[in-house]
Design a protein around this ligand. Structure first.
Ligand code: HSE
Length: 429
């Protein structure tokens, strides 16, 4: 194979973009094929904003679309972010100009992946996005390439470093949510708009992409059920721990006879489960296949250097001319997955109530659950110093989510129940 040099245009110079410029300036010959990767153009919202990498000697483009179309660029790297707007316009322009594209943009791929795959294939150029899921930890290539010989059945993981950091710090330091979020932003884990993180949308984009790769279908972000960590209280973190669990934001996808169910939910994970052990900003992933059984992967899911390493790995793929369909199958064969029937979901659950401390409350709660056929597995009433009422926590045996939700709605209406009950799933082991 003859080594050639590649001229690279980089649009978006935030945490990952400047991490990539630093890497390419230090290691221009990093690709196994031997050629040199040279940055021949950059674009960002602000040219003058202080950055850890000096861009004054690099050709500047005000418009990322012009950079994508430039004759001085062979490979376009999109690190702008956002599902639409300049990121999408620039990626489309590069593909139409017949240029390979590498992106870290999970929103773009989760929401427009199928149409972009068709565009890439029509122009016979690669569209690669390893950094979009789990940052530097190679989940995309693992699922799309190394596991293609298996029939995958389920995926469950911690896919947002900011939320994992927040939950870990709230538990270990008893710290307030806002305080920990501000630290995650300082450390460069959080998205420009942190509601993407704490609302669960970032994890939902990532699990949508993994589901598409694992089950050979087009990404269907609209079918994901999304809950974030913004409603998780310190009280629940403490109660869960007393019961032997840790609360994690779990993104999951399951292939069933009815279709594919994709969701992101705060979930109680047994303390000895590997997903409960992944602390701080770490990401972790369980994948289950018919032949392979379970695979567990853990690593950095955010931050400048790890995410830039994943972008670099995709650049190396382009430079070595590695080529395969964007989503495991050719774009013309991709169909949006049929969402599974959620009313059939059966889970074990955690229910936390805050009630007035008066006679008959526990009896009323357990009667409502018994009438609905919900079987209680464990029960805990534990006065807490700074709470207005008395917290009651119970866990259930496996129950239909729809049946449990209806019973909890009735419990919420009881006059002794002070606030909306908190319901969370318990992870399968
Ligand atoms: N905001 C993301 C996270 C960064 O916290 O995981 C990587 O996508």
């Amino acid at each position: 194979m003859s080594a050639r040099d590649w001229r690279i245009g980089v649009a978006g110079l935030g945490t990952v973009g400047t991490g990539l410029l630093t890497f390419l300036s230090e290691r221009p010959h990093f690709a196994p094929a031997g050629g040199k990767a040279r940055v021949t153009g950059v674009s960002a919202r602000s040219r003058t904003r202080p950055r850890p990498f000096d861009i004054s000697n690099l050709p500047w483009f005000d418009d990322p679309v012009a950079l994508a179309q430039s004759d001085e660029v062979d490979l376009f790297v999109e690190l702008i972010g956002g599902s639409d707007g300049p990121a999408k316009a620039a990626v489309e322009a590069a593909l139409r100009a017949g240029k390979p594209v590498v992106t870290a943009n999970k929103a773009l791929i989760a929401e427009h992946g199928a149409e972009l795959a068709a565009l890439a294939e029509a122009h016979e150029v690669p569209l690669l996005f390893e950094a979009a899921v789990m940052g530097g930890t190679p989940a995309v290539k693992m699922v799309r390439e190394a596991m293609v010989g298996d029939d995958l059945t389920s995926i469950a993981g911690i896919l947002n470093g900011t939320c994992n950091f927040i939950l870990s710090e709230m538990e270990s330091g008893g710290r307030a949510f806002e305080d920990v979020l501000a630290e995650a932003q300082r450390l460069g884990y959080a998205e420009a708009d942190p509601t993407m993180d704490v609302g669960g949308f970032d994890a939902a984009h990532k699990i949508t992409i993994l589901a598409a790769l694992a089950f050979g279908c087009a990404p269907n972000f609209a079918a994901a059920e999304v809950e974030g960590v913004d409603q998780v209280e310190l009280l629940d973190i403490r109660m869960a721990k007393d019961l032997g669990y840790r609360i994690k934001l779990i993104a999951s996808a399951e292939r069933g006879e009815q279709g594919v169910t994709v969701g992101v939910h705060p979930t109680l994970v047994p303390l000895n489960h590997p997903l409960a052990q992944a602390g701080g900003a770490l990401n972790a992933l369980f994948i289950e296949g018919e032949r392979l059984g379970r695979v567990f992967l853990q690593g950095a899911g955010a931050g400048a250097a790890p995410t830039a390493a994943a972008v670099a790995a995709d650049i190396a793929d382009v430079m070595t001319c590695a080529s395969r369909p964007v989503f495991q199958k050719p774009a013309g064969e991709l169909v949006r997955f049929r969402p599974g029937d959620r009313s059939r979901n059966v889970v074990r659950a955690y229910l936390r109530l805050l009630v007035k401390d008066e006679p008959g409350v526990i009896a009323a709660v357990s009667e409502t659950l018994a009438e609905a056929g919900v079987s209680i597995e464990s029960f805990l009433q534990k006065p807490v110093e700074d709470a207005q009422g008395v917290p009651i926590v119970l866990t259930t045996h496996a129950v239909s989510e729809a049946v449990l939700a209806a019973a909890v709605e009735r419990i919420a209406g009881h006059p002794a129940v002070i606030e909306q009950p908190r319901l969370m799933r318990i992870a399968r082991t």
